[in-house]
Design a protein around this ligand. Structure first.
Ligand code: ZN
Length: 247
């Protein structure tokens, strides 16, 4: 069984379409690590697409904020204004769906899903020290996380933690990671709607645990049409610009 792993879509329907095109015929079921909405111009389209696909989805901090389940005091002004705009745009049934998303960690189909850190869904995992909880405490050998918008991850065996450099080069569409039991893994598929690791292409992963292969993908999409929709919606210029550089 091949699992399509989506994360941090951030209301970017053009990027999501490019991902689903590239992944067509390559997956059996889909999961999402949260941040369906926030920042981008297409909250209704992206939420509708996940609901149509029947994607098993956990909540991200932006989904919680838009649904009114957490205060936005900790959000920077730009993120907060996008949260407010998104809440005003969402159809009531999509908003209701977002507000009922479960938190991670969620065990499903042999993997575990978290949005941020294993112990705290709102915490960022950038360093090996921050990754340890997820590597050691998860109920599955392979755990996927999002939130940082950086594709990559960590592995652990015999008290040794390794940082995994598994992003495809600019000339490549995907890079494959071989899973080697009993090694444990904490992996980030990257962000679809707002990458921040220096590669503006939409990021996702496909996990095939029967064959012990996880593919990390990057696909280009028309960034300028998304930026046009963001300008028309008067979303903050800073959010518009960062899509061009993936930072
Ligand atoms: Zn996010």
């Amino acid at each position: 069984m091949r699992i399509l792993i989506l994360s941090d879509l951030h209301s970017n329907a053009t990027a999501l379409d490019a991902v689903l095109d590239a992944a067509q015929g390559r997956w059996d079921l889909s999961v999402c690590l949260g941040d369906v909405v926030g920042y981008g111009p297409d909250p209704n389209e992206v939420t509708a697409r996940l609901r149509e696909l029947g994607t098993q989805t956990i909540r991200g901090n932006h989904d919680k904020a838009v649904a009114g389940l957490m205060p936005t005091d900790d959000f920077n002004p730009v993120a907060k204004s996008a949260v407010d705009w998104t809440r005003g745009q969402l159809q009531p049934d999509h908003l209701a769906w977002l507000s009922t998303l479960p938190p991670g960690p969620l065990a499903t189909d042999g993997i575990v899903l978290v949005h941020g850190a294993f112990e705290d869904e709102d915490e960022y995992v950038f360093t090996p020290e921050q990754a340890l909880d997820g590597l050691l405490e998860s109920t599955a050998p392979v755990t996927f996380f999002g939130h940082t918008h950086h594709q990559g991850g960590f592995s652990y065996l015999d008290s040794h933690l390794e940082v995994l450099q598994i992003r495809p080069r600019p000339s490549e569409r995907f890079a494959a990671l071989r899973v080697e039991p009993p090694r444990r893994y904490l992996l980030n598929p990257g962000s679809i709607g707002q990458p921040r690791d220096g590669d503006p292409r939409a990021a996702f992963a496909i996990a095939d645990l029967e064959h012990q292969i996880i593919e990390f993908w990057r696909v280009p999409y028309d960034v300028s049409v998304v930026q046009g929709r963001m300008r028309a919606a008067h979303l903050p210029e800073q959010l518009i610009q960062r899509l061009s550089v993936g930072r």
